[in-house]
Design a protein around this ligand. Structure first.
Ligand code: SF4
Length: 331
């Protein structure tokens, strides 16, 4: 069974005079035990998609307008508050970007890890603390530091504590939202390696949210590229890295340095992400796209399957004939 399946998710944020169209019909699957990298620029809708999985879109401004989010077969968006509380931190856990916002400065790290264990595993405080110390050791922190406070730890160690909290109840799905962005470059690789090793050991599925294709190449099995609240291309690592099809995904690769081929001149994608309160008609990428055709400004392309694993949402692939990027789509 797939761990997670999102169907046609639409999320908006409204204020007095405008509506932000943050997520505009996302479909996504994470097969059991796999890691999906969700990639896109700031404002693409990645974090809102993740918050929807926990049914934590901040109200009253935020609203899940429609869609379904199935976790191991059960629709999270149809759950009552009691069921949601039991699910959060137990079957799904999330690691945020900045460990400081996730940790309570006036509680010891051991207590913070133990809290979730006690809540979800219904064990007494002593047993919860014993398990918390074991978790600390699992993330590479000596157990005798359990009674210390967050300020006594470095940035990388704090993120290890956050990982210990997230994994304490052995969730089936771990959501990691840019988990290494706030860390030193030298620490980033260690934390990433740790997350990946624990994920494999615990056989968890993972949603890795990032704007960094290097991280995707290191830890992900599959990749979904998001633009203006939609997944525009999805496939295996090989589909996306060796067989890129969507012009936006290609633009993301072209804007990276290519050390192997000594390309030093970066080619950033021209223009800016559209204002999510005023998305352009048709394909939202059309004002920036070198391949845009007349229909691109008029109608939204449907997602089209290029193979069993590779999906793309672009008018270039609407036809069965060879197109500009040289791919023959299924009829
Ligand atoms: Fe470019 Fe058109 Fe494809 Fe959008 S649909 S990415 S504008 S070619």
């Amino acid at each position: 069974m797939d761990t997670l399946e999102i169907k046609n998710l639409v999320v908006e944020y409204t204020s007095d005079d405008e509506t932000v169209h943050a997520v505009n019909g996302v479909d996504m699957v994470i097969p059991s035990g796999k890691t999906l990298g969700l990639v896109g620029e700031t404002g693409a809708g990645k974090t809102t998609t993740a918050l929807s999985i926990l049914n934590l879109v901040p109200e009253p401004q935020g609203r899940i307008v429609s869609g379904e989010v199935f976790l191991e077969g059960g629709n999270i968006l149809a759950m009552g508050e009691k069921q949601l509380q039991a699910m959060r931190g137990d079957r799904v856990a999330m690691i945020f970007q900045d460990p400081m916002t996730s940790l309570n400065p006036i509680q010891t790290v051991g207590e913070q890890i133990a809290e979730g264990i006690q809540l979800h595993r219904k064990v007494d405080a002593k047993e919860a603390l014993r398990q918390a110390i074991a978790m600390l050791e699992m993330v590479g922190i000596p157990g005798d530091r359990a009674m210390e406070y967050p300020h006594q730890f470095s940035g990388g160690m704090k993120q290890r504590v956050v990982i210990a909290i997230a994994l304490a109840c052995r969730p089936s799905l771990l959501i990691a939202d840019e988990p290494t962005t706030a860390l030193d470059v030298t620490i980033q690789a260690q934390v990433l390696k740790l997350i990946n090793e624990l994920r494999e050991k615990e056989k968890m599925s993972m949603l890795m949210i990032t704007h960094d294709l290097g991280i995707v190449a290191e830890v992900c099995d599959e990749v979904a590229i998001m633009y203006a609240g939609r997944v525009v291309e999805q496939g295996t690592l090989e589909d996306i890295f060796d067989n890129v099809r969507h012009p936006y995904t290609r633009g993301l690769f072209d804007s990276l340095p290519d050390i192997e081929n000594r390309r030093t001149e970066l080619k950033p994608i021209k223009g800016m992400m559209p204002d999510p309160t005023q998305l352009p008609p048709g394909c939202p990428f059309h004002p920036r796209c070198d391949y845009a055709r007349p229909e691109c400004g008029q109608s939204m392309p449907n997602a089209r399957r290029l193979s069993n694993t590779h999906l793309v949402r672009c008018h270039l692939y609407n036809h069965t004939t060879e197109d500009m990027l040289g791919v023959k789509a299924d009829a």
